[in-house]
Design a protein around this ligand. Structure first.
Ligand SMILES: Cc1cc2nc3c(=O)[nH]c(=O)nc-3n(C[C@H](O)[C@H](O)[C@H](O)COP(=O)(O)OP(=O)(O)OC[C@H]3O[C@@H](n4cnc5c(N)ncnc54)[C@H](O)[C@@H]3O)c2cc1C
Length: 472
């Protein structure tokens, strides 16, 4: 059974077999030994807490903007320990919650600009990886969002109409009918799909570890096994020493509960993944998996898959929130992983009997508004970003680049977008048990709505409307 620990418990644990964290950690080249911890008091221009994509990209673009800056990254475990090292590897142009701004006439124009920046971010992340010789298996074949039943087809049609009304054309999102989907990827029962061009399959841990290596080479100080217990003004406390910084950036996303006072800003919601053994050529041909397309269906409970460079399918779905914002430690023997594997086989029944080599999970950050944000207070010299709600691989790149603009005081097209310093950025989650009850009810309603759609129940629209009403 999976062990469930409190947020502080996991990070406080002294030794971890990092290779066992996920398939990605297991297959990343190079040592996974922690770099030295902070062992003295220091001063620095910019201190960044958390060496996931948000922290790493922020440091990268700060260094690019001002090579003379002294930047220090403080990481509780090792770079890429969190969601950045263990996600589904969709580097996608989709930004969670963007519809909120797109639907608001007063913010639509800037939201469309934000969407276009998200499109660019996918290509840019790949370009940086290439320029810095980070071999993260980047392949921008795009993503397929698939409908397999009439109710899903209807929702998918509404989605493409909405996208077209916003001005996004064939180059961004392409509609595929049943024959075209079959040709692209033989997903069982697929009746239509939207192909989003702005998505790349990557090896997540290679990107995170590669970025950390690049930064070390550029003179950024990275202290690992150095958990920050508190941030007070410009002072950060770690067990081995105190950091005084000109500017502080907190980039701890789903793991933010480890810092005093930040537990109710971003809460950890978990997602689970499995990976198959490498597919044989015959299996690849059977499902026509000839390009490294990312794929998922339009279920409310999200599914996401990709073909790895060595021809495995890495697939995720399911998740959970734990009372008190606990961080879950995943045991690959947990029977829940069988359910995840079973969900993948629904996409590709011909793979029945294939072996699964790894099962793992991780935590992603969810804000009370259910939208991500990039925040910086120039007076306090304090910033943070996150709340990507499971879509943070591309978004953290844009967030990092934007934080670098804000820290260096530049007004750019990025800083003039609606996710920067939104008015509701400080909204906190309710105290328990309300938080747990709200999140569980939403998940249950989503499950009921999906199940009712699959069984053709007349209750499907009722659940759907209830969801929209209670959790707009
Ligand atoms: C299973 C799973 C699948 C996902 N799949 C996708 C996907 O396919 N596409 C996509 O776009 N998104 C996906 N996501 C979400 C995406 O991975 C995250 O949104 C993104 O990686 C967040 O990056 P981050 O740097 O903000 O946070 P993280 O990568 O979580 O990094 C936070 C870091 O902060 C460190 N830390 C925490 N507390 C402290 C402290 N007190 N002191 C010092 N360091 C601390 C942690 O150890 C961690 O390394 C997935 C997430 C999960 C869990």
């Amino acid at each position: 059974m999976a062990a469930i620990l409190s947020g502080k418990g996991t990070l406080g644990c002294m030794e971890k077999p990092y290779r066992n964290l996920s398939f990605w950690h297991d297959s990343v080249p190079g040592p996974l030994r922690p770099r030295p911890s902070l062992s003295a008091d220091i001063e620095t221009d910019v201190a960044i807490v958390g060496a996931g994509y948000t922290g790493l990209w922020t440091a990268y673009y700060l260094k690019r903007a001002n090579p003379g800056l002294d930047i220090t990254l403080l990481e509780a475990e090792i770079a890429g320990y969190g969601a950045s090292g263990r996600n589904g590897g969709w580097c996608s142009g989709y930004l969670s919650g963007i519809d909120h701004w797109l639907d608001d006439p007063s913010q639509r124009e800037s939201a469309v600009r934000l969407q276009k920046l998200m499109f660019d971010t996918v290509r840019e992340a790949g370009e940086v990886a290439e320029a810095e010789s980070i071999d993260c298996h980047f392949d921008q074949s795009g993503a397929l969002e698939v409908a397999v039943i009439p109710a899903q087809l209807k929702r998918l049609q509404q989605e493409i109409e909405h996208l077209r009304a916003l001005g996004f054309g064939e180059d961004d999102y392409r509609w595929l009918g049943p024959g075209e989907v079959r040709e692209a990827l033989r997903i069982d029962k697929a009746v239509a799909a939207i192909h989003m061009r702005h998505c790349a399959a990557i090896h997540p841990s290679r990107l995170a570890r590669g970025l950390a290596e690049t930064l070390s080479g550029q003179g950024v100080r990275i202290f690992e096994k150095s958990p920050v217990a508190s941030v007070s003004g410009n002072t950060l406390e770690t067990p081995g020493g105190r950091v005084r910084a000109g500017t502080v950036i907190v980039a701890t996303e789903g793991y933010s509960g480890s810092i005093a006072g930040r537990k109710r800003r971003l809460i950890p919601v978990h997602s689970m993944m499995v990976v198959t053994e490498p597919l044989s050529q015959q299996q690849i041909d059977e499902i026509a998996y000839h390009r490294r397309l990312c794929f998922g269906n339009i279920d409310r409970l999200v599914t996401y898959g990709q073909l790895t460079q060595d021809n495995r399918i890495a697939f995720g779905c399911r998740g959970s929130y734990h009372f008190g914002s606990g961080i879950r430690i995943f045991d690959p023997k947990d029977p829940e992983f069988k359910l995840v594997a079973g969900s993948l086989l629904k996409f590709f029944p011909s793979l029945e009997g294939i072996g699964f080599t790894h099962g793992w999970g991780g935590a992603m950050g969810v804000s009370r508004t259910l939208r991500p944000s990039v925040n910086f207070d120039p007076d306090r010299r304090f910033g943070w970003a996150g709340g990507y709600f499971g879509n943070g691989v591309g978004a953290a790149h844009l967030a990092g680049k934007t934080l670098a603009d804000l820290v260096t005081g530049q007004e750019t097209e990025r800083t003039a977008t609606p996710w920067v310093n939104p008015a509701d950025q400080d909204r906190k989650w309710e105290p328990e048990p309300l938080r747990w009850l709200g999140i569980k009810s939403r998940a249950q309603l989503m499950h009921l709505a999906d199940s009712a759609e699959y069984s053709g129940s007349p209750l499907a629209p009722v659940y759907s409307k209830t969801l929209d009403f209670l959790f707009p």
